[in-house]
Design a protein around this ligand. Structure first.
Ligand code: SF4
Ligand code: SF4
Length: 239
């Protein structure tokens, strides 16, 4: 709905302009003095409005930041991925390719499940870092980490294979940059359906009669009035 525009009533001081200009200049001066003072502070935050990146890398990254992908290992160091392909199906950019492999005997310490990904490729040039793959993964095997410096010189370097993805996980673990495990989302159960044959309540909210009941009452009144008018019309035509 359109919002009506209320015309502002200006005070005398605002209509003169000069006072408002002086107020604006005072604000600019205050910021100038603040910045000059701040530029004499010790490094690295010399200017308060700017982070001196890349010299200063102390800025905290948001816990929900989505950076470079990694393939996670479980607490026993085994690959979590079961090659179900859900991430590839969910990816809106179609940049994930997964190939299945079957675990052989004696490989139980390498792969957590009977099926594992023989190859896992991500084309970072297509990826939009939406995080859908991470959300869809049933095993929390693929995670978008906190690494954000992704510039490369060649296209090939923007291609992540399984070894690179596992290396990203190991690097993040060494640097203590692994995300904490996600909290389980509580499942809200729908209210139970009324049993078949149970009497339907006509009560509305807070014990008030339901709207349908009101409508019915109104309909009856209209019908009575129409009948009355009809009777009156007949009487007139009889005269
Ligand atoms: S972050 Fe999004 S676009 Fe990138 S691989 Fe995952 S699902 Fe695909
Ligand atoms: S990363 Fe997760 S969703 Fe993707 S194939 Fe592996 S287990 Fe499935």
């Amino acid at each position: 709905m359109a919002k009506p525009v209320v015309k502002k009533e200006y005070t005398l001081g605002e209509r003169i302009y000069l006072l408002e200009i002086l107020k604006g200049m005072a604000l600019t001066w205050r910021h100038f003095v603040f910045n000059v003072k701040a530029s004499f502070r010790p490094e690295p935050h010399t200017v308060p409005t700017c982070w001196q990146y890349p010299e200063d890398r102390t800025r905290e990254i948001s816990p929900i930041f989505r950076g470079l992908h990694m393939l996670c290992l479980d607490e026993k160091g085994r690959e979590k991925c079961i090659a179900c392909g859900t991430c590839a199906k969910t990816c809106p950019a179609h940049c994930i390719t997964v190939k299945k492999g079957k675990r052989k005997e004696g490989e139980e310490d390498k792969y957590a499940s009977k099926m594992y990904c023989a190859s896992f490729d991500i084309d970072l040039l297509h990826c939009i870092f939406c995080g859908f793959c991470q959300e869809a993964c049933p095993k929390e095997a693929i995670v978008l980490g906190r690494e954000f410096e992704l510039a490369q010189y060649t296209r090939e370097e923007c291609h992540l294979d399984k070894q690179k993805l596992l290396a990203n996980y190991r690097k993040a673990k060494e640097e203590g940059k692994l995300r904490p495990p996600r909290k389980a989302v509580p499942v809200v159960k729908p209210p139970p359906k009324p049993e078949a044959g149970a009497p339907k309540t006509t009560e509305g909210k807070a014990g008030k009669p339901a709207v349908a009941g009101k409508a019915k009452k109104g309909q009856v009144e209209v019908k009575k009035a129409a009948e009355k008018a009809k009777g009156a019309g007949k009487a007139e035509s009889g005269d």
